[in-house]
Design a protein around this ligand. Structure first.
Ligand SMILES: [Zn+2]
Length: 140
């Protein structure tokens, strides 16, 4: 089933409780968490099913959780000059994203104990997507 108004409202509620703004739409750019704005953005092109929607939502929420708990500080605060940050991300990025998936899974369990979390970075396609994103944003 496709996610709809019911899910969007609930997502905003959960995010707002954590003082986070939640944007949901079809911008075509990848879903992301913006620490400066304390906002997460969910792109519905990436969330075809309700399970995908919640998994994506809790993945982005987990980025903010990591930010709040100083987990992988450099990654969540862009705390290096651009070039060094690129080197750091090439070395650590996927490991960090998988940690974020672990947190996301735990967070999702608190709200939807019976729904299975779909990790963002497990399949070959997802890993390639990440590598391409790094290449685009932090060219060598
Ligand atoms: Zn992520």
């Amino acid at each position: 089933m496709k996610p709809g108004l019911l899910q969007f409202k609930k997502a905003s509620q959960i995010a707002n409780q954590l003082d986070i703004t939640c944007w949901i739409g079809y911008s075509g750019k990848a879903s992301e968490a913006d620490m400066d704005e304390r906002a997460i953005y969910i792109d519905l092109n990436e969330a075809i099913t309700i399970q995908q929607f919640w998994s994506l939502f809790f993945h982005e929420l987990a980025h903010v959780w990591c930010y709040d708990h100083d987990k992988y500080y450099i990654y969540h605060n862009d705390a290096l000059p651009h070039k060094q940050l690129g080197d750091y991300i090439r070395r650590m990025g996927l490991r960090i994203e998988r940690y974020v998936d672990k947190v996301g899974k735990k967070l999702m369990k608190q709200y939807f104990p019976r729904m299975r979390y779909l990790p963002a970075y497990k399949s070959k396609t997802d890993v390639q997507f990440y590598k391409d994103w790094v290449k685009t944003n932090y060219p060598l």
